[in-house]
Design a protein around this ligand. Structure first.
Ligand code: C2E
Ligand code: CA
Ligand code: CA
Ligand code: CA
Length: 278
């Protein structure tokens, strides 16, 4: 019994420490956001499977603290979602991506599409569509240049209201993609009722793709499903030539992954485009 008690005390001490860490991290994140310091967007190219031509990129947030320590979005995004700060972060991400598109246009960089991650808490805000429309309108960017990525789990939570919201976003001229597809075990029927433009296969399913498993691999089934529904499909996390070849053979039209390029700063992407131009 005593051991149990000791164990409990140890556990509670550890919990407090992590809670304190989280609170400190969130305070630092809030001031980074307010001061416009330390947050940055990186852009990862998306290429056509056959020509390897750039077709778009995904904007991915980066946070480097004043101390120089980089915090992964896998750490701070869930925290920001939990406290609701993600709504302000999401606004910053959309504004920053639009500002970057305007800069690229001024530089004469080819007009590729930019994918923006939308978190569950953002998408559920009652004024999400109106606010998104306002930010894009103010920026002067053509909505067709943007693709909003909404995770499969969010999309399937309440398909009726999600379908309504997606139609509103599409009426603005935006593209919408299902992110992390394959994780949420959607039924074919519910996906068919949602007006998505494309499916992003989560990298977990790309990783398990080998010539031996190709027949019963989830990635294979997702490509088939997407094609049968007339949706575009992109695979994320493509790391090897073999994965790229298998995906291309299945008819997956676009790819994103370290095999082609890592996420990079806007300036680096400009150089990457200049170097990879035919
Ligand atoms: P995600 O939306 O699934 O983004 C893809 C993640 O896979 C990115 O991680 C990207 O850097 C990584 N990745 C791309 N290609 C490869 C590859 O070939 N191999 C491997 N191992 N990884 C690859 P990142 O940038 O660390 O972002 C992690 C997650 O954080 C994202 O997952 C997304 O859920 C979230 N996130 C990032 N930026 C934002 C944002 O601006 N807003 C919101 N709401 N969430 C974001
Ligand atoms: Ca091909
Ligand atoms: Ca994404
Ligand atoms: Ca993913």
């Amino acid at each position: 019994k005593q051991a149990g008690n000791q164990h409990w005390r140890f556990f509670s001490g550890e919990m407090e420490a992590t809670t304190q860490n989280r609170v400190r991290l969130l305070t630092e994140l809030r001031s980074a956001l307010n001061q416009g310091k330390g947050l940055e967007l990186h852009y990862q190219p998306q290429v056509a499977s056959d020509s390897h031509a750039l077709v778009g990129c995904e904007a991915l947030i980066r946070w480097v603290k004043a101390s120089g320590e980089a915090i992964s979005p896998d750490v701070f995004i869930p925290l920001a979602e939990y406290t609701g700060m993600i709504v302000d972060i999401g606004d910053w991400v959309l504004r920053e991506a639009c500002r970057q598109i305007v800069r690229w246009d001024a530089l004469g960089v080819p007009g590729f599409r930019v994918g923006i991650n939308i978190s569950a808490a953002q998408f559920r805000e009652p004024d999400f569509v109106a606010k998104t429309a306002r930010i894009i309108l103010e920026s002067g960017v053509a909505p067709s240049r943007l693709e909003l990525e909404i995770t499969e789990s969010v999309a399937m939570e309440d398909p009726v209201s999600v379908a309504h919201q997606l139609r509103e976003l599409k009426a603005l001229g935006l593209r919408v993609a299902v992110d992390d597809f394959g994780c949420g075990f959607s039924s074919l029927g519910s996906l068919n009722r949602l007006p998505f433009d494309r499916i992003k296969i989560d990298r977990a399913f790309v990783a398990e793709l080998t010539p031996e498993t190709r027949e019963d691999c989830i990635a294979t089934m997702i490509v088939k499903l997407a094609k049968s529904l007339g949706l575009d499909v992109i695979a994320e996390g493509v790391e090897t030539d073999q994965q790229a070849r298998l995906l291309d053979e299945m008819g997956c039209g676009e790819m994103q992954g370290f095999l082609y390029a890592r996420p990079m700063r806007a300036g680096e992407l400009e150089k990457w485009i200049a170097c990879s131009a035919p």
